[in-house]
Design a protein around this ligand. Structure first.
Ligand code: DGJ
Length: 513
């Protein structure tokens, strides 16, 4: 069998290899229910993805549909999705919607849901049952791990050679909602016991959960038990077919209280516990719907965790954020959510019912689209055609990114020049400004992105003047620079700029006195 996709860390830089070559997923995640019907995929999903220049699609597969009767597997959907992806010429990242999806256990098969004695629920304070099967329920974790093993074994058989599927996400936005921890009898008992010895060693501290973790005890307790469960599931799948496996996070947010976001999920502050308890997991992926995109990227890469964004906002910012994530943080994947809508001709009949969503207090930001599709497509087209260049500069210190967030611009420092980037004023219905820049040589620079002007400045204390040799507009075609206009005269006299749609500039400067 040929080498499987894998992640490799070289000098602190993690690269995803697919077919033996570095790979960055320009991607999108489809809606939760789309892949439950091959016909729906064929008519409503794939046609809308074609103009987006995706190289990868993120698609859920469902435990309830794969193992409707215990021990009897039906892989028809999985097979069909892989076949369709091959016809479309894209790779897949599969999401295993097993025991937990956004905290709840709605994707467990009926034989698990109904047998709530064997597959017991996490409980709220006072004892009421939740819709979440407890991560401390060994039988449920075992059942999920067995199913996941079968899925991976099957994938190996049908996809081991072609490798359309490149990575697996285990469950989705894990954690307990509605309380800070599980208050089932088993959880209550374990919460009073001393923490496991591995954790005690990790924190150089001993005692029960409250003694070691104080106010954060409940969340750390849940993180540990979810991570142990995920490790069992991931390991069992990995033994059959070791694709890289990751988990994603519903981020910590207002009102900053575990249980209002899923308690125990892999948010940055509990990643230490997750890494300890779930060594089979190769990375922790933030779902970034919050507006502080740069901050989240920073937080999720702080500890050497590779940046992989399996869900991102659906509004204009995504067309810009992808440049920043790749340029500044060497992202391995960028994927707005509900990607099949981006180029769809909007028929509200098929869309979500906002009235019901408002009544249920569901966050609607994930469903709002304002003509983002064409902008995202342009960004992906440009980036997709310069992947070889990007991969050459990843981790060299010669590539970085910049992003507007209520600021007017930024100053970047390179070996011979400082570069002042001025952002276009933010306008409704237009992407924010941002991009990436590569220092090709001391005097040559490549800019790719949206909505900014560039000015070269001398380093402080220098008296040399700066001039330009050549400023080229252009784009890439399979990593070859295709020159457009050469900017001079009026077009170069003041500031050189990139407009509101993704575009590239190649600039050669010089100094004189
Ligand atoms: C985050 C979840 O991870 C997705 O599966 C989806 O439900 C989105 N939210 C949009 O609601």
């Amino acid at each position: 069998m040929k080498q499987l996709p894998y992640l490799k860390n070289e000098d602190g830089l993690t690269t995803l290899y697919v077919d033996g070559a570095p790979y960055i997923a320009l991607s999108g995640e489809i809606h939760n229910s789309s892949s439950s019907s091959l016909e729906y995929m064929k008519t409503k999903v794939w046609p809308n993805l074609r103009g987006l220049y995706l190289n990868t699609v993120i698609v859920p597969v469902f435990w309830e549909l794969m193992e409707p009767v215990q021990g009897q597997y039906d892989f028809a959907l999985v097979d069909g999705i892989i076949e369709q992806a091959r016809e479309e010429g894209v790779r897949l990242v599969l999401l295993w919607f097993g025991l937990w999806k956004n905290g709840r256990s709605t994707y467990a098969p009926s034989w698990v849901k109904k047998d709530y004695q064997s597959y017991f629920r996490a409980r709220y304070p006072g004892g009421a049952a939740s819709d979440t099967i407890s991560p401390l329920c060994g039988a449920a974790v075992e059942a999920d791990a067995t199913a996941f093993h079968s899925l991976m074994k099957h994938l190996k058989e049908i996809d081991g050679e072609e490798q359309t599927v490149i990575m697996m996400q285990i469950e989705n936005e894990i954690g307990f909602l509605g309380a800070d921890r599980d208050y089932s009898d088993k959880a209550n008992k374990q919460f009073e016991e001393v923490i496991p010895s591995g954790l005690a060693a990790l924190y150089s501290n001993n005692g029960n959960w409250r003694e070691v973790f104080g106010e954060a005890a409940a969340e750390n307790f849940m993180a540990y038990h979810y991570a142990c469960a995920i490790e069992k599931i991931a390991k069992s799948g990995s033994e059959a077919y070791p694709l890289p496996m990751f988990v994603n996070a519903w981020l910590e947010q207002y009102p900053w209280k575990a249980g209002t976001y899923p308690s125990g999920g892999p948010i940055a502050k509990v990643m230490k516990i997750w890494k300890h308890a779930a060594p089979t997991i190769c990375l922790y992926a933030p779902d970034i719907y919050l507006p502080n995109f740069a901050e989240v990227c920073e937080e999720y890469t702080a500890d050497g965790n590779p940046l992989f964004i399996p869900e991102a906002r659906r509004d204009m910012v995504s067309a810009t954020n992808v440049f920043y994530a790749i340029g500044k943080h060497n992202a391995l994947c960028f994927a707005p959510f509900g990607i099949e809508d981006f180029l769809a001709t909007a028929t509200n009949e098929d869309g979500p019912d906002f009235g019901i969503m408002m009544a249920l207090n569901i966050d609607m930001s994930a469903f709002i689209l304002n003509g983002t599709g064409p902008f995202l497509a342009e960004s992906y087209r440009l980036l997709g055609n310069m992947m070889g260049i990007i991969n050459r500069y990843r981790g060299t210190g010669k590539m970085t990114g910049f992003l507007q967030h209520h600021n007017s611009g930024c100053l970047l420092t390179f070996s011979k020049y400082d570069v002042k980037l001025t952002y276009k004023r933010q306008e409704d219905g237009k992407p924010v400004s941002g991009g990436l820049v590569i220092e090709i040589s001391e005097d040559e620079f490549l800019f790719a992105g949206i909505g900014f002007s560039v000015e070269f400045l001398p380093k402080s204390g220098e008296t040399d003047k700066i001039g330009y040799i050549q400023i080229e507009e252009g784009e890439f075609m399979n990593d070859q620079w295709i020159k457009g206009r050469i900017l001079n005269g009026d077009e170069a006299a003041y500031m050189i700029s990139v407009g509101r749609k993704a575009a590239a500039l190649k600039v050669e400067m010089y100094k004189y006195n």
